[in-house]
Design a protein around this ligand. Structure first.
Ligand SMILES: [Zn+2]
Length: 73
């Protein structure tokens, strides 16, 4: 789960791993793109300002990659 602040409604929303669309590593942060449960749009949430949030995003990335990996035949 990831806590984001929706830029449209201004509310904080919990985003599940299933709602994460992509994760991009940047030198200073990790950009997590997810479908917002509050407004339904896709927002990019940047983490990594703190080490702990970077760790959480990295764990999320592993989980997403596992979920996207094709099942071996
Ligand atoms: Zn939103």
């Amino acid at each position: 789960m990831l806590l984001i602040t929706c830029p449209v409604t201004g509310t904080r929303a919990l985003v599940s791993i299933a709602a994460v669309r992509s994760i991009v590593n940047h030198p200073d942060s990790i950009a997590v793109s997810a479908t917002c449960p509050a407004c339904g749009q896709e927002h990019v949430h940047r983490t990594g300002r703190r080490l702990e949030s970077a760790r959480r995003a990295a764990a999320l990335e592993v989980a997403v990659r596992r979920a996207e990996a094709p099942t071996p035949a």
